[in-house]
Design a protein around this ligand. Structure first.
Ligand code: NAD
Length: 469
């Protein structure tokens, strides 16, 4: 298959090509054109030209286009899901690539259903005050490699819904599914409404500092998020930053653990742990510690790990060597500081970036695997003695995307969950998202929210019309 950039409704190539590597066997999946600054300029110019007409289109027309795109995603889901497994690694089975496609279609439909009606603040003899929401303009979207297609949809659909035009730059590790999605979308949208470029930090930085881009929506690391914010400051760009986290899960004393094991597993290890709102450190009471560690490790040992194209595998490789080395390094650091590796911890022989499901007992807050975002299938389990101590541990880091409390009484757990410093606090689950519930982080996990009416507003500016009578 031939992969092309999309600019002004046209497929575009460049002289240079980028190799996309299959993380399961380290072979080249495909090549795609490598973007550059000039390509970004052309894409932004096309988006700028398309903006007046698209933003002035009747609301019903944009809703109809989004629903048409949702059908396109659904009709091409097999092809797109295969591309995701090949470039990113998550399996076809389980909550993997096919699930990502289902989410992409569902989020597109849910976004189509949202409206931002005019608000009347005052309407009396003295005057009338209206608040209207206007599209912010040209949106630059920068996406990561972990859920490449779903995050692209999260960025693009609300922008299009309100009348913005978009230039998207996927991660150079996983550009293929996005390039194909944009190619499909460009067949139903007016030229320039959606454009796709490729490239790494330099191309991304050019987009985030571009004078003709009005807003940046970014999902990725905190370090890059801060650079993007600095870059956008010169032109005072609007920003939505989703910067991941290091979510804590607290199991309350005396919790019956057996019925929760499957949910706990996917909360930690969906997409081999490469999920912004995955449970990344688990806190267990001292009285129950050994029982939970043993039961959870035994459960994890039953999960088949391997090439995601084989339907029997539920966990695939890490997406790239950088991530593999990071996870391996954090586990080594934990071991050197006295942690017990109860399961995994050693790379299996053979090609691919496979890291085994790893359970790290006796983990403490002086280990990198606890204090940094490991973004991989290695879970540290920390012992606590009082619930207050567990909450203090959970809130001790500079991040706050999600958190969870697990217990026999959901009411009690929900009250404690409210004390977590995070954007979403779950009870007896972790990472469950809803397209109408605002999702975002507090502290260094980001700025702004995605999804629902609150997410939609982030692609608009408020205009007040104030009429004297
Ligand atoms: P990253 O933040 O470096 O890259 C994300 C995106 O930003 C990519 O498209 C990249 O090309 C682009 N980019 C990089 N530097 C840029 C710059 N200066 N200006 C503009 N765009 C730029 O993330 P990564 O290297 O893909 O992963 C690093 C770490 O980030 C991971 O180890 C993981 O901990 C974390 N991460 C978090 C999420 C999340 O959903 N929160 C997703 C992926 C990675």
């Amino acid at each position: 298959m031939n992969f092309m950039l999309t600019i002004d409704g046209q497929p575009v190539s460049t002289g240079a090509m980028l190799d996309v590597i299959n993380p399961a066997d380290e072979t080249i999946v495909a090549k795609c054109p490598q973007g550059n600054r000039e390509i970004v300029d052309a894409a932004v110019a096309a988006a700028r030209r398309a903006f007046p007409q698209w933003s002035a289109a009747p609301d019903a027309e944009r809703v109809a286009k989004l629903l048409e795109i949702a059908d396109l995603i659904q009709n091409h889901s097999k092809e797109l899901a295969e591309l995701i497994t090949l470039e990113q690694g998550k399996p076809q089975s389980g909550p993997g690539a096919n699930q990502e496609l289902k989410g992409a279609a569902a989020w597109t439909r849910a976004t189509a259903s949202l409206t931002l009606p005019e608000q009347i603040i005052q309407d009396d003899a003295a005057g009338k005050i209206l608040v209207r929401r206007k599209p912010v303009g040209v949106v630059g979207s920068i996406t990561p490699w972990n859920w490449p297609l779903l995050i692209a949809v999260w960025h693009i659909m609300p922008a299009l819904r309100v009348g913005c035009t978009v230039v998207i730059k996927p991660s150079p590790f996983t550009p293929l599914s996005t390039l194909r999605l944009i190619e499909l979308m460009s067949k139903v949208l007016p030229p320039g409404v959606i454009n796709a470029v490729t490239g790494g930090p330099e191309v991304g930085a050019h987009l985030t500092t571009h004078p003709n881009v009005d807003k940046i929506v970014f999902t990725g690391s905190i370090t890059t998020g801060k650079q993007i914010m600095r870059g956008g400051a010169a032109t005072l760009k609007r920003m939505t930053l989703e910067l991941g986290g290091n979510d804590a899960g607290i199991i309350l004393p005396g919790t019956r653990i057996e019925p929760l094991l499957e949910k706990l597993f996917w909360s930690c290890f969906v997409n081999a742990g490469q999920t912004c709102a995955a449970l990344k450190r688990l806190y267990v009471h001292a009285d129950q510690y050994e029982e939970v560690v043993r039961n959870f490790a035994d459960y994890c040992a039953t999960i088949p790990v391997g090439n995601g194209m084989d339907p029997k595998h539920l966990i695939g490789p890490l997406t790239n060597r950088m991530q593999f080395e990071k996870v391996a390094g954090y586990v080594e650091d934990a071991q050197a500081r006295g942690a017990r590796i109860v399961l995994g911890g050693r790379k299996p022989p053979g090609p691919g970036f496979f890291y085994p499901l790893t359970i790290i007992a006796d983990a403490t807050h002086d280990m990198l695997v606890v204090t940094e975002e490991q973004f991989g299938p290695a879970l540290p389990i920390v012992k606590y003695t009082t619930v207050d101590e567990a909450i203090a541990y959970a809130n001790a880091l500079e991040v706050g995307l999600g958190g969870s409390v697990w217990g026999n009484d959901p009411q009690v757990a929900a009250e404690l969950a409210g004390r977590l410093e995070c954007g979403t606090a779950w009870v007896n689950q972790h990472g469950a998202l809803h397209p109408l519930a605002p999702f975002g982080g507090v502290k260094c996990s980001g700025i702004g929210v995605e999804f629902g009416v609150d997410g939609l507003k982030e692609y608009t500016t408020a205009q007040v019309i104030s009429i004297a009578r």
